[in-house]
Design a protein around this ligand. Structure first.
Ligand SMILES: C[S@@+](CC[C@H](N)C(=O)[O-])C[C@H]1O[C@@H](n2cnc3c(N)ncnc32)[C@H](O)[C@@H]1O
Length: 294
């Protein structure tokens, strides 16, 4: 494990909001599951104490990415993450590759990528709650996926290079998107591929929307480019090719409030009288999915 990530994990494990979660995860029954790949990442388990597992999963809310089925327990996460995964799925083959997922959240995509039999899978995400969710799932899945409590800005120091990198839903959270793309470029092997998705706005101009205080009630959204502006950023970061794989508007069949999240979801983030606009009056969320080559 990377030294910085190890220190972050030791530090986070002592935080008063995380420590009870770490203790619960450490006390989970040590049973192995069979993995069943599908839109729902499923772990079939022998008979076990349902309540202990459900209570731990509930304590780990909010579950943003999923869904997961663990024995009898269905974790109906806020996002049906397979919709994004299935847009990208026809465009990659990870067999024998070193793969990183930057901003991997609870590792939903990494768990699904196991099906391809990659050489190595590494997830990067600095959020301790999502690391706990990953460890909860991995307690049963028992994979050798590496989870680093690090961010995209740590890639240069991390030193390792990857054949394929996924960086999904992260770029608009960065106040320096070009710098972020340069970190991703630097972490790829020659000829390596980056799969990216980001919020976008319509139009042909080379421009980006800069929300005043929040976008769709999300405070840390900084730049939302047109496809052309995104292409310019990618070229300036050094990427050779830019392939637009798809464009998709947000909708409540993909993202919605469930019992597995605390707080609001998409239905509360849009203008109630006009769903083509966010609560702030900006164009409603729409994503571009792209594949880039080093
Ligand atoms: C909108 S979510 C996207 C999750 C997932 N990649 C997806 O597309 O469904 C953004 C994720 O980026 C993570 N994140 C926050 N700061 C980050 C950083 N500096 N580097 C990488 N990821 C970060 C968050 O913890 C969160 O899991």
């Amino acid at each position: 494990m990377n030294e910085k990530s190890k220190l972050q994990k030791e530090k986070a494990s002592t935080w008063k909001d995380i420590k009870p979660l770490r203790d619960m995860i450490n006390n989970l029954p040590k049973i192995s599951a069979n993995i069943v790949f599908g839109d729902t990442f499923t772990l079939s388990l022998p008979s076990f104490d349902d309540d202990a597992i459900k209570n731990c999963a509930l304590a780990l809310r909010s579950w943003r990415k999923g869904p997961f089925q663990i024995g009898n327990l269905f974790i109906d996460a806020e996002w049906k993450s397979f919709i994004k995964y299935n847009i990208l799925r026809p465009h990659f083959n990870l067999r024998d590759k070193k793969v990183a997922d930057i901003g991997c959240n609870n590792g939903y995509y990494l768990f699904k990528m196991l099906e391809d039999k990659p050489k190595k899978l590494v997830g990067f995400d600095p959020a301790p709650l999502f690391w706990c969710q990953f460890d909860f799932i991995n307690n049963f899945a028992k994979t050798d996926i590496v989870y680093e409590l690090l961010g995209v800005e740590d890639l240069a120091q991390y030193g390792e290079k990857f054949d394929a990198i996924f960086c999904l839903g992260v770029l608009y959270h960065r106040s320096d998107p070009l710098g972020c793309l340069k970190f991703l470029f630097g972490a790829l092997e020659e000829g390596g591929e980056l799969f990216l998705d980001t919020f976008m706005i319509d139009g042909d101009e080379d421009i980006a929307l800069c929300p005043k205080k929040s976008y769709s009630k999300i405070p840390n959204v900084y730049f939302i480019p047109t496809i052309n502006a995104l292409k310019n950023w990618c070229e300036r970061a050094g990427f050779k090719s830019f392939e637009l794989l798809g464009v998709k508007s947000a909708d409540t069949s993909e993202q919605r409030k469930t019992e597995w999240i605390l707080g609001q979801s998409l239905e509360d983030f849009l203008d109630p009288s006009d769903n083509s606009k966010t609560a702030e009056g900006y164009p409603a969320p729409k994503r571009a999915y792209v594949k880039l080559k080093k």
